[in-house]
Design a protein around this ligand. Structure first.
Ligand code: FES
Ligand code: FES
Length: 165
């Protein structure tokens, strides 16, 4: 039996037909829509590599059944840069070496965008670390990641922060 689903992904409306109700948002993005920027790490909600924003909120897409999100507005790493310009969080990750191998980076960046939008990234290192604690980095690039989140928060206006996600 087929199931239809309407999603807006990175500003584009999609009408999707699923033949399996168990498809996760992560697999839908990666395997059916070729949006492979969102990474699969653990596939069980423990690493944060698959973090995306759904209606502005951070979601681990590996634990999210796509059919549960009919009508949702989804932002992935592919939709973050606008008009050829990196999002301030992306630029800050580069400036602060917030990555090594880069596998966790899309999830880290999407989580950081969500954190800033939630108003939880105001300059306090411990608060940022706590807010980003669901995103693991096997390379241990945590110092640069934290610095990048704090710098991006400072570089963005309040209006930018609120609409970031
Ligand atoms: S792949 Fe989703 S949390 Fe690890
Ligand atoms: S940069 Fe390698 S896992 Fe984070």
């Amino acid at each position: 039996m087929n199931h239809s689903l309407h999603l807006t992904i990175n500003g584009t409306a999609h009408e999707i037909v699923l033949d399996d109700p168990r498809v996760t948002l992560l697999d839908l993005l990666r395997e059916r829509l070729d949006l492979t920027g969102t990474k699969k790490g653990c596939d069980r909600g423990q690493c944060g590599a698959c973090t995306i924003l759904v209606d502005g909120r951070r979601v681990v897409s590996c634990l999210s059944l796509a059919l549960s999100f009919d009508g949702a507005d989804i932002l992935t790493i592919e939709g973050l840069a606008r008009d050829g310009e990196l999002h301030p969080v992306q630029a800050a990750f580069i400036a602060h070496d917030g990555f090594q191998c880069g596998y966790c980076t899309p999830g880290q960046i999407m989580s950081a965008v969500g954190l800033i939008s939630e108003g939880q990234a105001e300059g306090d290192v411990e608060r940022v670390r706590e807010g980003m604690s669901g995103n693991l980095c096997r390379c241990g690039a945590y110092a640069g990641i934290t610095e990048a989140v704090i710098e991006a928060h400072g570089a963005m206006t309040q209006a930018d922060r609120e609409k970031a996600a």
